[in-house]
Ligand binder design. Sequence first.
Ligand SMILES: Nc1ncnc2c1ncn2[C@@H]1O[C@H](COP(=O)(O)OP(=O)(O)OP(=O)(O)O)[C@@H](O)[C@H]1O
Length: 278
Amino acid sequence: MSTATAAQVPGSPAEPVLELRDASFGYGERPILTGASLTVRRGEIVAVVGPNGSGKSTLMKGILGLNELVSGTITLFGVPSDDFADRARIGYVPQRHTLSASVRATAEEIVATGRLPRLGWLGRMRATDRQIVARSLEVVGLADRAATEVSTLSGGQQRRVLIARALAGQPDVLIMDEPTAGVDAANQHVLAEVLERLVERGVTMVIVTHELGALEHLLTRIIVVDAGRVRFDGSPERYAIQRAAVHHEHDSHHHDLELEQPGSALPHGPLDSSGGTR
Ligand SMILES: Nc1ncnc2c1ncn2[C@@H]1O[C@H](COP(=O)(O)OP(=O)(O)OP(=O)(O)O)[C@@H](O)[C@H]1O
């Protein structure tokens, strides 16, 4: 979907698409997520995990400019967020969002709304726009449901319609807040296949999830948020090792939050973002 496939010098890191420096986000002036510094580079597939209420959605909405940046900076595609105008480059699939039963629209019509930011000043859909809408439905495996009323689709299918809607805007980065929530195991695998196709197309993804399972093989990075702080940022391999070490030490399954605390003797700092860079 992405066209950002510029040739890269072998060995050099891909360019950053999102950069946070000591960023704190909140609602009103009250900071909820504080001191976040991280970089997501083109082509990365990053999972954001952590307990309920820890600030994951606040972090995602903060990146999107949907809540207050209390302090620090955000840079999007190399541009300070205040000066960044091309919001269509960032696709968003919000949390706990299925389509209300009262929505009377077909899957195709819903996906077409995702194309709006890319239409010319007359706002008319042209043949290429219709093709992109059709292709977006195809990517999520719902081409045969294009004319189906969304209210008659299952929850998992509706999540896929919403992903297709985000894709129709041809984003370079896709932020998804719990795309697998409420989706059964079989459909999680379908979603993982959808995301795999997006990876092949070079879309960068940041995915908030409680279930790493079906997505794990796709990930290049894992970020752990707890109690309003980024506690770990590194490769899935380092996450697995440190998680195992913590579990071994404490013989408990509830110590994710003790990963890479500042000042720990672990090899990298808590906000190291180099771990999974492709
Ligand atoms: N619109 C809002 N106004 C004020 N406070 C909010 C708002 N949305 C969330 N919060 C608060 O921010 C904190 C973090 O919430 P957030 O939704 O970011 O957590 P989360 O990690 O995404 O949780 P979950 O896993 O349950 O989705 C919570 O204490 C929550 O009550």
